[in-house]
Each structure stands twice: as C-alpha cells, then as structure tokens.
Design a protein around this ligand. Structure first.
Ligand code: PXG
Length: 439
C-alpha cells in the first residue's frame, strides 16, 4: 500500500480527469507480464502499457544498457554533432525494415514521427520539382497522433472537433474499412472490403492525382479498435499510389516490432510503403522514442537537391536520437532477437485468436476482430449510454486483476509478446466474467 499522491497538479492526457481523480487507479511498479497497483494487487498487463512494452516490463537488459549509457554520455546535441549510439540504433532499426527503407530519422513519439514523415514527403516532392504535390489522404477512424499534421490526416472526430478550424488544409480521407454487417467475427484479414481501396481513385479524380503527395494509413488501425485490413486492400493502395507517383506511408507506431508476428506489418502483409513511422515498441517504451524509416531513394533525392555543405532537411528535435533512448532501442532489439519474440507472437497467434473468439457467445458482444497479438471485442452499446459498457467492463477486469484497454464500446487487447498460454486464458476468462457481470 503506497501513500496517495496529491492528484491536483497533473492534467492527465486523454483521461476523464474528474472521474479519475474521484476514484484514482495508480500503478506503482511492474515486472514481466504484471503491474502492481497502489493497493499491492498484481495486475496482468493485457495491453502492453499502451501497445508499447512488447518485451514485458522491467527488463534488466534494457535498464542496464540505459544506465551504462547515461553514465558514459548523458546527452549530445544531434544537430551538426553526433554520438555513436544513435548511429548504431539507426543501423539496427534499418536492418528490421522492409528492403529499401534503410534511412532512419529519430523522433521522440509517434506523433512526431507522423509529422516528420509528412514533412519529408513534402520536401521530397519539392526536391524533385513536383512542389504542386501538397495534398494528403488519410482514412476515417485513422489515428496518427496529436500533432496538427497527424490530427489532420487522422480520422477520429473527437480528436479533431475542438481544433477543426485550424486543421492542415488539403487533406481528404478514405473510408474506414470496418463493416460489422459484412465482416463480423472475421479471424485475421476479412475477405470483404478490398474494393474500398478503389475509393482512392475517386479522390484522385476529384483532386487530380498530380496534387496528391501521399496516402497515410495504419496497416492495421489500432486506436479505432483493431481494424484489420481486408485481404487485397493494402496491395491495391500500393498499386494506385505507385501508378500515380504518390508516396505511401504506413503508420506502424503500433504494428511494428512484433505486434503482428513480424518486424513490421509491411513484412506481414507483403506490401512495402515508401515511409514507415515507428515509436512504442522501438525501445519497449523505456525512454520516449520514435522514428521514421524512409526509402533510400527519398533520402537521396532530398540530400541531392540541396547545395553542397547545406542542411538538406530543416527539421529535427533536441532529443532526436537521445543517447538513453538509442541505448534502450539497441538493447530492446537484442532482446526481441534473442528471445525470438516476433516468432513467438506468430506462434501464439492461433491460441490468442481462439481465446478471443471464444467470447462470441458472451453477453453484449457484437464483433470480434484479431490479428497477430492484437484483438478487439466490440460491444453493443447500452441504449442512451454509449461507451458505458466498455468502461464498466474495463473496471470489472481491473478489479479482477487484468488491465485491458477501452475506447468507445470497444475493448482492446495487445499484451506483451512474452505472454504465455495460461495468461492468455486468464485474460479472456476474466473478460468473459466481466461481460457477464455488467448489464
Ligand atoms: N500513430 C499511431 C498509429 C498510434 O497508434 C500515434 C501515432 C501517436 O504516438 P504518440 O507516441 O505520439 O502517442 C499512435 C499512438 C490506444 C492508444 O489505446 C493508442 C496510441 C496512443 C495512446 C493510446 O489505442 N497510439
């Protein structure tokens, strides 16, 4: 039992602050698959924090690497100076990316990665004399973080509403691919929905393809509740982008580093984008870090267009490639490889899939979706109280010692990749009991 801190000063992000502070939920320590809360209860982590601690919590190898790095070099300016650990981290990240995407720009979060990717896209077209390509196409229900760029290409109404007048201009959106009427209870990629990629052709006709800079999508939409790409959908987007000289950006902040049983969703789905955004699992969330993996052709075009000895891209962060974050990334990628965690996720996927789909006959369940070590259970909203059921189910699970994520009336699951079969059974068994208990 730890003392309750004064809760007033901290304005919590994406949180119902008043509701939370009236009945706080505090996590005070973590190890492996478990958190410990302020009352000393052990809580099974069904969400890998926020889809990020893919190797589990409190990994000594990562902590020790950060500690050693901090004692050696705490900070070095990343503009016009460098430190070896950042270069090594970039080399290691590049080695996991799809062929060709081997130039790595470091950021500190997924939001910064997205805004960085959008800026690189614009700089690239301009470098090639195609400065008229300024439009971006995102997708409804997409989440690309909270910067003005990412929010603008994002498609979650609640995240945009208060800022609507100041969103980035020149953005349009593809329709979301979720369709419960057509594809409820799909296992893995739905068979229905590839034709939705053809909506891109409609948008290209409307805006003229020559004005479009890039299409950005999450290969699997995480925040919106695990929306899995229909079979053939990403392939079709790739084909249309290539045909029209438009860059394709995959936002892999959630999907990279094993979540889908491979280093990237691009690898899993066999579709290679031109840029790929990263964060979260890049260093097990030990220290804030994000990155953009960029095709060498784009990198070289931007560098080649600048005068000799000039800065080629006017962009970067004080903490780009921060030594602590970079050391954590190297140690994390070592751990992923040593423990074969991406392969482990692929191997456990059928177990995870069966366990979540076993909830099909549980009360309130409207749809179940899954791929890799990610799954969502969508609930029928209670009449006049949208979101209440998922929130109550979340609380009931927490009470029973299991952390799940909820958004709207969707429960989402994305455990650390070290989860075992027994813990998978506990996770979904607890969810069933919670669904039985709520009304
Ligand atoms: N892109 C994607 C695809 C994301 O999932 C971001 C960008 C932004 O990353 P940062 O590091 O700026 O937060 C994300 C973040 C959830 C949840 O429960 C998802 C995210 C963050 C918080 C909660 O779905 N994804």
């Amino acid at each position: 039992m730890s003392a309750m801190p004064d809760l007033q000063s901290l304005w919590m992000p994406f949180t119902a602050n008043r509701q939370f502070k009236a009945a706080p939920r505090l996590l005070v320590s973590a190890k492996g698959m478990y958190y410990t809360d302020a009352e000393g209860h052990r809580i099974l982590d069904g969400t890998a924090g926020l889809w990020c601690t893919n190797a589990g919590h409190g990994r000594d190898e990562i902590i020790d690497a950060v500690h050693r790095q901090m004692r050696t070099l705490d900070y070095a300016p990343p503009f016009q100076m460098g430190c070896p650990v950042a270069f090594e981290a970039a080399r290691r990240v590049a080695a996991l990316m799809p062929p060709g995407l081997d130039r790595i720009f470091f950021t500190n979060s997924g939001s910064e990665s997205v805004d960085t990717a959008l800026k690189i896209v614009l700089a690239y077209h301009r470098a090639r004399g195609e400065g008229q390509r300024t439009r971006f196409i995102g997708r409804e229900r997409g989440y690309h973080g909270v910067g003005f760029g990412g929010m603008s290409v994002g498609g979650i109404g609640a995240n945009r509403k208060a800022y609507a007048a100041n969103l980035m201009p020149g953005v349009d959106h593809l329709p979301a691919t979720l369709n419960v009427a057509e594809a409820a209870f799909s296992r893995g990629q739905p068979a229905w929905g590839a034709h939705l990629a053809d909506e891109l052709e409609r948008l290209l006709a409307l805006h003229d393809a020559s004005t479009v800079a890039a299409v950005i999508v999450e290969p699997m939409a995480g925040s919106a509740g695990v929306i899995v790409p229909p079979r053939g959908y990403l392939e079709r987007l790739r084909e249309l982008c290539s045909r029209h000289g438009i860059l394709l950006v995959f936002d892999e902040v959630i999907t990279a580093f094993g979540r889908l049983g491979a280093a990237t969703a691009a690898e899993r789905f066999g579709v290679t984008p031109d840029l790929l955004t990263l964060a979260k699992g890049i260093n097990n969330a030990t220290v804030p870090m994000g990155a953009v993996a960029v095709s060498r052709a784009i990198h070289d075009a931007i560098l080649g267009a600048a005068p000799e000895n000039a800065i080629e891209l006017f962009h970067g962060y004080t903490y780009s490639g921060h030594p602590a974050a970079a050391a954590a990334a190297i140690a994390t990628l070592d751990l992923y490889a040593r423990e074969g965690l991406f392969e482990r996720a692929a191997r456990l996927e059928p177990v995870f899939e069966s366990a979540v789909h076993a909830l099909r006959d549980a009360p309130h369940v409207k749809d179940i979706r899954n791929i890799g070590m990610a799954a969502a259970v969508e609930l029928e909203p209670r009449a006049g109280q949208a979101g209440a059921r998922a929130y109550e189910a979340f609380l009931a699970c927490l009470q029973a010692g299991v952390l799940v994520r909820f958004t709207g009336d969707v429960l989402a699951f994305s455990p650390p990749l070290i989860i075992d079969e027994e813990q998978i059974a506990t996770l979904f068994g607890t969810v069933r009991e919670a669904l039985v208990r709520i009304r």
